[in-house]
Design a protein around this ligand. Structure first.
Ligand SMILES: [Zn+2]
Length: 164
């Protein structure tokens, strides 16, 4: 169960996450969180911090060993607490003008809490307490006056049932 974004703005969602979620607003919240990381260039900033500019330039120049190491690094990339908060805020900002619940991302953390947090996808890669993040999603949606109230649970389940 994982989701992550890479430098360049590519976003990867594992089917494990799709099957864990219940509704479109939760999925949109997760996706918007990753788009937030991409938008804020968190991956590039974090990779530069971890590996240094020279190694990234070597990879861009086509050094295969570097590319291999960086690929592993991207999948296990850990963001800071402030990057996670920023991406959560972006998730609400992006969904606010839609008819989805803007705090759909909170549903993901509520489910994680319910199962006891046994799995550690990218979203939980850092310290923030899931409870605090749930609260932040809700309060951000209220603060922005977001009006969307739809979850599209039936539509989401129909899509998931077609996954292998
Ligand atoms: Zn994140």
């Amino acid at each position: 169960m994982n989701a992550f974004c890479t430098p360049g703005g590519y976003i990867y969602i594992y089917t494990g996450i799709l099957k864990f979620l219940d509704s479109e607003d939760e999925f949109a919240g997760v996706l918007a969180h990753e788009i937030g990381h991409a938008d804020m260039r968190h991956s590039t900033r974090q990779m530069t911090k971890m590996y240094g500019t020279q190694m990234l330039l070597d990879a861009i120049a086509g050094d295969k060993a570097m590319i291999k190491q960086l690929t592993a690094g991207i999948i296990n990339l850990k963001f800071s607490r402030s990057h996670e908060s920023e991406a959560d805020q972006k998730s609400v900002d992006y969904l606010c003008p839609t008819d989805y619940n803007a705090d759909g991302g909170a549903g993901f953390f509520e489910k994680i809490q319910a199962v006891g947090g046994s799995s550690t996808p990218e979203f939980l890669s850092t310290h923030p307490d899931p409870g605090n993040r749930i609260e932040h999603f809700h309060s951000a949606a209220i603060a922005s006056g977001c009006q969307g109230r739809n979850s599209y649970t039936t539509e989401f389940k129909a899509m998931i049932s077609k996954l292998p």
